[in-house]
Design a protein around this ligand. Sequence first.
Ligand code: AMP
Length: 115
Amino acid sequence: MSGDTIFGKIIRREIPANIVYEDDLCIAFRDIAPQAPVHILVIPKKPIPSLADITAEDKEVLGHMLLIIQQIADQEGLTEKGYRVVTNIGTEGGQTVFHLHFHLMGGRAMHWPPG
Ligand code: AMP
């Protein structure tokens, strides 16, 4: 169920990660280079390269991931003050790992627009 990226290796437990949540459809772990006090990546177990590659078949997993993001944000104590959820798409979007992931970031004031 996982492709040949660093995130596939995390799903298959071939490299370590600080996993905060896992179920049949997705897994969430702390970013190795956090850009905020809380910086968690939520990824599907299915190796979808990016949001540009989703199809109608992926509706369930994507909706599920958004609910899990909401749940993790709550567990991390971010709900009251707010937080940011971002997905980068392709080279100009700033994507470096080509396995779909949502960045959940919080614990500090965010700026807009991002760089
Ligand atoms: P993006 O640039 O949107 O593709 O984001 C990729 C993210 O993955 C970056 O924030 C990296 O710091 C993070 N990252 C890369 N390798 C690992 C890893 N082994 N464990 C956790 N996070 C990672």
